[in-house]
Design a protein around this ligand. Structure first.
Ligand code: SF4
Ligand code: SF4
Length: 342
């Protein structure tokens, strides 16, 4: 199994970035869900259940192989809580086996030293943990006090890069706590980012004046990469809209536990095509067509991917795309596209 040194991570990152700019015909980032179940029940979350089984490892490996065949750059495993999947290390190893960059989004509860060492061995490149508050409350138990010992484990044993994301907005009772979380992350040597909480469609909920101040303060102190890639949030925080081209379904894919391709976690079911049947024609359609939800969308990772192609290929409506390209698509896809355009 490959291990991820910072140098190999850097060189692979450069190689994938050059490829991403050079060609628009492959996914840059894929989020894949191996396990919908979660050990927590954050009240704002619509991405977990309490009953589902892990996706069998053979099925996960087939999906990873298909993403590699598409020429995907980065595969990030999310959930639910992906560390509950008993074969998470094999999934990461397969991503690295294909030369793709391997990321993981977790609530942080499972980072005992032995598990961190297995993640090192599997070759994990990046880990993101979202922390919502300092002490657990009715909304969320992704809390600094509960997780601090796990963060220290990560500081001592992880060879992969760790980012701590805090959030401001809707579900967080005390916005000041986001600052405490960001400061602790930097004290431990991790990078830190801040997100604005979204509703069930991935769209912005309003921020209070104090939440806006805290957001700006964390942003100023945060990772340099954050300022480079997340300026869209400034418009949304100030109550505006952001004019951009969402390339979800093409440059970014969300693959759920049933292997269905969606635009993103908040637009599940569209286009709703199984990954194993997904084609470059599907990606071409999604690359070139507008998304109704773009102006107030807060999904950071899809915005970041969108920057790569912001300067090229203006998008058109689905109806216009089908009029121009209908002959190149399957009958089922044309029917699906036309019905979603009503
Ligand atoms: S830990 Fe993450 S997946 Fe689990 S309920 Fe909370 S937000 Fe949802
Ligand atoms: S604009 Fe794109 S990323 Fe945002 S909610 Fe819509 S499909 Fe998802």
């Amino acid at each position: 199994m490959p291990r991820a040194s910072s140098f190999s991570r850097f060189t692979r990152g450069v190689r994938h970035t050059v490829r991403a700019f050079a060609s628009t015909r492959h996914p840059v980032l894929v989020h894949i869900v191996p396990m919908r179940r979660c050990n927590l029940s954050c009240t704002y979350c619509n991405e977990y259940d309490k009953t589902s089984d892990p996706v069998p490892i053979g099925t996960m490996l087939e999906r990873i192989d298909k993403l590699a065949a598409f020429g995907t750059s980065v595969v990030t495993i999310s959930g639910g809580e992906p560390m509950m999947h008993p074969e998470i290390y094999g999934i990461i190893g397969r991503i690295r086996h294909h030369g793709m960059i391997a990321g993981l989004i977790s609530n942080g509860y499972y980072f005992q030293p032995d598990k961190i060492k297995r993640l090192n061995e599997a070759g994990l490149d990046y880990l993101q943990i979202s922390i919502d508050n300092v002490t657990p409350d009715d909304v969320s138990k992704k809390s600094l006090k509960v997780l601090d010992a796990k963060l220290v484990n990560l500081q001592q044993h992880a060879r992969f890069k760790v980012n701590i994301n805090s959030v401001v907005g809707g579900g967080v009772a005390n916005p000041e706590e986001a600052l405490i979380i960001a400061n602790r992350a930097r004290e431990l040597g991790f990078s830190s980012t801040v997100g604005v909480i979204h509703d069930g469609d991935g769209l912005l909920k309003g921020l209070t004046p104090r939440e806006k101040e805290i957001y700006k303060e964390i942003k100023q102190k945060g990772a340099r990469s954050y300022a480079r890639w997340n300026w869209f949030q400034d418009y949304l925080v100030d109550g505006g809209e952001y004019d951009w081209r969402c390339r979800a379904g093409a440059r970014y894919l969300y693959i759920d536990e049933n292997g269905i391709v969606s635009w993103c976690s908040q637009q599940r079911g569209t286009p709703g095509i199984p990954l194993m049947e997904y084609t470059t024609a599907d990606m071409d359609r999604e690359y070139h067509t507008e998304k109704w939800c773009a102006p107030t969308c807060t999904i950071q990772c899809v915005h970041q991917v969108g920057h790569l192609d912001a300067w090229r290929h203006p998008q058109v409506s689905l109806a216009e795309y089908v009029k121009r390209n209908g002959n190149g698509l399957s009958k089922e896809t044309v029917a699906r596209v036309l019905s979603s355009d009503q």
